[in-house]
Design a protein around this ligand. Structure first.
Ligand code: NAD
Ligand code: DAU
Length: 354
């Protein structure tokens, strides 16, 4: 692991898990640059707030002066770039922030990283890495019998979110090909685990099931996603940072393809078991609602390259990971109360009204 890392978007779901895990597993220092949008939450990082190996800076990746200053002052050996607008439904209601942060923000970060890297000593230049965290959604949608996405699958993004991430992936590729910046790109499937904002399927269903509210399932509930426990994703990123080949991309997945309705039913059963309610089964709360426009039918990841070349494989099973996740949301009342007030309620009211 590089000893000093600039992490962007480290107050979000995956970024905060990555920071906590990296600081526990290695002696690295972390500078966390995060704008603190609705999705950023410093509570996730409370346990390291006073740690001398950790610095938090509130700011926008698109603020080039700030990024340039941070790089010059903190002299990181790597940038790990999580910062993004990440929710597909929000990108459908309002794509502009997605272009601003995911495309223009990534461009700014690349430009400043290139300038910084260009001024390093030869030895430091050879060790520097820019790791871009991306998604399987850039590959589009699979039919039932298609093989899973590999690193060679052509890009075919379908939502404004996916298109913005695809654009950023192309920029990262171009900065390697044209300028030689030592980039790494990871494309990962759906994550789940602690600290995920409850606009996303799994935490939304856990909390609604806990509270006896309707469980909204889009369309026929048969859209398929591949699920990966967030701790496994963070380990994969650390592995790519340590051992990945500059210029390469790595698919990361859980080998866990499931239709949404199966995930929702499993959560209902786990909530019934851990927090018995009045009705015999939370499954009674399942409500089919209007489909997401352009809803990708199926994602599946071929994660054999990262296993073959770098020796990473997920450790958590879907069963054990979901059990841990349901328990975490049921036990962490303060965290949940903190994120489900104000603007969250407004989003739920607008998005799920007929
Ligand atoms: P998230 O929405 O939980 O967190 C995003 C973080 O970025 C927040 O802390 C937010 O404040 C910060 N941010 C947003 N705009 C910013 C800006 N302009 N400048 C600085 N900070 C800004 O997202 P997540 O689910 O943790 O996803 C992290 C990354 O991983 C994203 O790039 C996403 O595309 C990618 N990804 C996510 C998943 C998933 O299942 N969640 C899967 C694959 C890839
Ligand atoms: O595949 C990786 C991507 O996974 C990441 O790049 C994104 O940042 C992340 O948000 C996630 O995107 P999805 O759109 O797949 O995740 P979401 O949790 O929003 O939805 C998962 C599936 O559940 C999807 O098929 C839509 C469906 N769904 C979602 C919500 C919020 C429902 O049926 N009902 C809902 O209320």
């Amino acid at each position: 692991m590089q000893d000093r890392i600039l992490v962007t978007g480290g107050a979000g779901f995956i970024g905060s898990n990555f920071i906590l895990q990296s600081m526990q597993d290695s002696s690295c220092s972390i500078i966390n640059l995060d704008k603190l949008t609705y999705a950023g939450n410093l509570r996730n990082l409370e346990s390291i707030a006073g740690n001398r190996r950790y610095v938090f800076v509130q700011g926008d990746i698109g603020d080039r002066k700030l990024v340039s200053q941070l790089l010059a002052e903190q002299t990181p050996a790597a940038v790990v770039h999580f910062a993004a607008e990440s929710h597909v439904d929000r990108s459908i209601r309002g794509p502009e922030d997605f272009i601003r942060t995911n495309v223009n923000g990534t461009f700014s970060l690349l430009e400043e990283s290139r300038a910084y890297w260009g001024n390093l000593s030869e030895e430091d230049r050879s060790h520097f890495r820019f790791l871009h965290v991306s998604t399987d959604e850039v590959y589009g949608s699979l039919r039932p019998d298609d093989p899973p996405f590999s690193e060679r699958t052509p890009y075919a993004p379908n939502s404004p979110y996916a298109a913005s991430k695809a654009s950023s992936d192309h920029l990262v590729r171009a900065y390697h090909q044209t300028f030689g910046l030592p980039t790494l790109t990871t494309n990962c499937s759906n994550n789940y685990g602690r600290f995920q904002f409850p606009e996303k399927l799994i935490p939304l269903i856990i909390l609604n099931a806990r509270d006896g509210k309707p469980l909204p399932v889009y369309g026929d509930g048969k859209n398929v996603r591949d699920w990966l426990f967030v701790g496994d994703h963070c380990e994969a990123i650390a592995t790519v940072l340590r051992k990945g080949r500059p210029g390469d991309t790595y698919n990361i997945g859980g080998w866990n393809e499931k239709p949404n309705i199966e995930i929702v039913e499993t959560i209902c059963d786990l909530v019934d078991e851990m927090a018995p309610g009045k009705s015999p089964s939370r499954r009674e709360l399942i409500t089919y609602v209007k489909d997401r426009p352009g809803h990708d039918r199926r994602y599946a990841m071929d994660a054999s390259k990262i296993e073959r070349e770098l020796g990473w494989r997920p450790k958590e099973t879907l069963e054990s990971g979901l059990r841990k996740t349901v328990r975490w949301y049921l036990e962490n009342h303060d965290w949940v109360a903190g994120v489900t007030s104000g603007s969250y309620r407004q989003w739920i009211a607008t998005h799920y009204s007929a």
